[in-house]
Structure formats: structure tokens, C-alpha cells
Design a protein around this ligand. Structure first.
Ligand code: SF4
Length: 317
């Protein structure tokens, strides 16, 4: 049996898909598991669990690569039309995915997406699809096995000091972003060495934030994915917006203080236990928008430095 998993496209979703892969491995210990993924996320799956990683750069290459593998079944984790089309185009005989988005005709197992399922953690949402293949074991928190080169890279830059990680960016949209000056003030008040991280698009923001914190190390835009994970793994605490790196922290076991504004505290918080969410329960939240539709961003404005420092101190004492 050869089973291909079509991976989600965002870093956070990719981390939240790891428990489903782990459970699939336990259900089908003799099957060959492959993951069809955007190239940018290939290393993440390499550090998790799969026999074969199939990175692609565009939809057409994804179809070609998936077709060549002669897979028996595919599990389509994203709910998009495009992901179902890739697997359909690859002529994989059994195609399992959620119905909806006008794509049911491309699936052999079109799984109903109950409203209650949309209100569960994303880990459970992905995991539920496995039921098409049998009774899966309960999902375990995501885990990454860091390669020694990434661990050595982080050690080389950070040594054995005690660090707090600061992740002030949010790739998905401005509304998810707490204010850089509040991250700076939080780091100053915690009086620990700070390492600032982020993706390539956040290099300028990272430099600005790190430049305002005495002794801070700026690695924003200067790591690959597994180096980022290794840096976060060396931190005693990770202070972050609701982003992909937050889920990476979850997967390497670093405690997290996450500032949540317009995003959903039920479906996308870290899956593990070691985290504190700081948020305000407003009538308009969670709106899940990239920009505040009301123009005031109160969900973030009302979260003060005191709130975040208090949450951090609980993990640091
Ligand atoms: S509508 Fe509400 S939840 Fe959404 S961004 Fe604005 S203040 Fe935040």
C-alpha cells in the first residue's frame, strides 16, 4: 500500500498536520507514506515522519510528480479545489478529502465536513480524515526531530545562555500582529537575552525590533526552517503572534506566550499544553480577517505589555 498525503500550504497548518501523519504511520505500519508539499515546507516533513517527500514548485509539477509515484491512495488535507485537482490529475485511484469547494466529483471518498468539525482544533480536523482508512489512534502533539546540523548552527550562534524568543511578525496579515514597540517593551522588562526571529519578509521588522533591545540577537530572515526550529528549541520561552513559528515552538517543546487578536483560540492555538494565550474576548472576535474590517484593531490594542509580561513571568519563574 502506498499512501500519499497532500500537505497544507502554510507553515502553521503543516505543523498541525503532523499528528495525522504520525497516526497514519501507526495505523499502516507497513505502508509507504509520501508527502506532496510545497518546496518551502519539505524540510519540515523530512524532520517529521514520512518515507518519501515530494516537493513541488507549482500545480503542474505537483500533478506530474504525484502521478509518477503510482500511489494507491491519497489523503488531501487542504480543503481547496486546487489540491483535489492535483490528486485527481495524478490519477491516484483512491482520493480521500473533505467534500465542498465544488470538488466532491474529484474524490472517491468525499467526507462530510460537519459544522462541529470546523469548531475543533485543526489537528482534529486533519486527523478525522484518517477514519476513511480505519480507526486511527488519538492524535499526539506534533514533534519535530531536529537534524544535528541545525542544532549545531543554533548552538554556534546562541551558546548556552538563557534566551527568550521574540517573533513580532505575522505573514498572514497585519491584523494578527501585536505592536513591535510592545514586543520591545516586553523584552526589556523581562531582562533576558532576546533572539528575534521571523521569515525573509520580516527581516526589516526583525532588525528594527532587535535594534531596540539591548544585547538582542537578530536572526529574522536569516534562518532556514529547521535552523529556525533549532533556535526556538534553545529558548526558554517563545513570545509570538499567532503564526507558523508559534506552531514550530509547539513542535519542539518550547513554552509559548501567544498574542491572539482576530484569530480563533479554539481551532488554531498550539496543540500541546505548554502555552498561554493572551487575548481579549470582544464581540467582533475572532473575525479571522487579514485587516481589521472595523478599522480600530481593538483586539490587539487592548492587550497591554503588562498582560504579556505577566503571562511570561508565569513560565519564567
Ligand atoms: S474586527 Fe475585531 S477581531 Fe477583527 S481585527 Fe478588528 S478588532 Fe480584531
Amino acid at each position: 500500500m502506498k499512501i500519499l498525503v497532500k500537505a497544507p500550504n502554510w507553515l502553521g497548518d503543516a505543523v498541525m498536520s503532523l499528528p495525522a501523519l504520525q497516526a497514519l504511520r501507526e495505523m499502516q505500519p507497513d505502508a509507504r507514506l509520501g508527502v506532496l508539499t510545497r518546496r518551502a515546507l519539505a524540510d519540515l516533513y523530512r524532520a517529521a515522519i514520512a518515507d518519501e517527500i515530494l516537493p513541488y514548485d507549482g500545480a503542474l509539477s505537483a500533478v506530474k510528480i504525484a502521478r509518477e509515484g503510482r500511489w494507491d491512495a491519497a489523503l488531501i488535507l487542504p480543503r481547496s479545489f486546487a489540491s483535489a485537482l492535483m490528486i485527481f490529475g495524478a490519477r491516484i485511484p483512491r482520493r480521500i478529502g473533505y467534500r465542498g469547494e465544488g470538488r466532491s466529483f474529484m474524490l472517491t471518498d468525499a467526507i462530510p465536513r460537519a459544522r462541529s468539525l470546523l469548531r475543533t482544533h485543526r489537528v482534529h480536523y486533519y486527523h478525522h480524515l484518517l477514519k476513511a482508512l480505519g480507526e486511527p489512534p488519538a492524535p499526539k502533539p506534533p514533534r519535530l526531530r531536529l537534524p544535528p546540523e541545525a542544532v549545531a548552527w543554533a548552538l554556534d550562534r546562541m551558546g548556552d545562555a538563557e534566551w527568550i524568543g521574540i517573533n513580532p511578525g505575522a505573514t498572514y496579515g497585519k491584523a494578527k500582529q501585536w505592536y513591535p514597540e510592545r514586543f520591545i517593551e516586553t523584552a526589556r522588562r523581562l531582562k533576558r537575552r532576546a533572539v528575534v526571529v521571523g521569515g525573509p519578509a520580516e527581516a526589516d521588522l526583525g532588525a528594527r525590533v532587535a535594534g531596540e533591545i539591548e544585547g538582542a540577537l537578530n536572526l529574522a530572515g536569516r534562518t532556514d526552517l529547521l535552523q529556525l526550529a533549532a533556535v526556538i528549541a534553545r529558548c526558554r520561552l517563545f513570545i509570538t503572534n499567532d503564526t507558523g513559528p508559534m506552531h514550530v515552538a509547539d513542535a519542539v517543546g518550547t513554552p509559548i506566550v501567544a498574542v491572539f487578536g482576530p484569530t480563533d483560540p479554539v481551532t488554531t492555538p498550539p496543540f500541546g499544553e505548554r502555552h498561554t494565550l493572551v487575548r481579549r474576548d470582544l464581540e467582533c472576535s475572532p473575525c479571522l480577517k487579514r485587516e481589521c474590517p472595523l478599522g480600530h484593531h481593538e483586539c490587539m490594542k487592548r492587550i497591554g505589555v503588562d498582560d504579556v509580561v505577566r503571562a511570561c513571568e508565569r513560565w519564567l519563574t
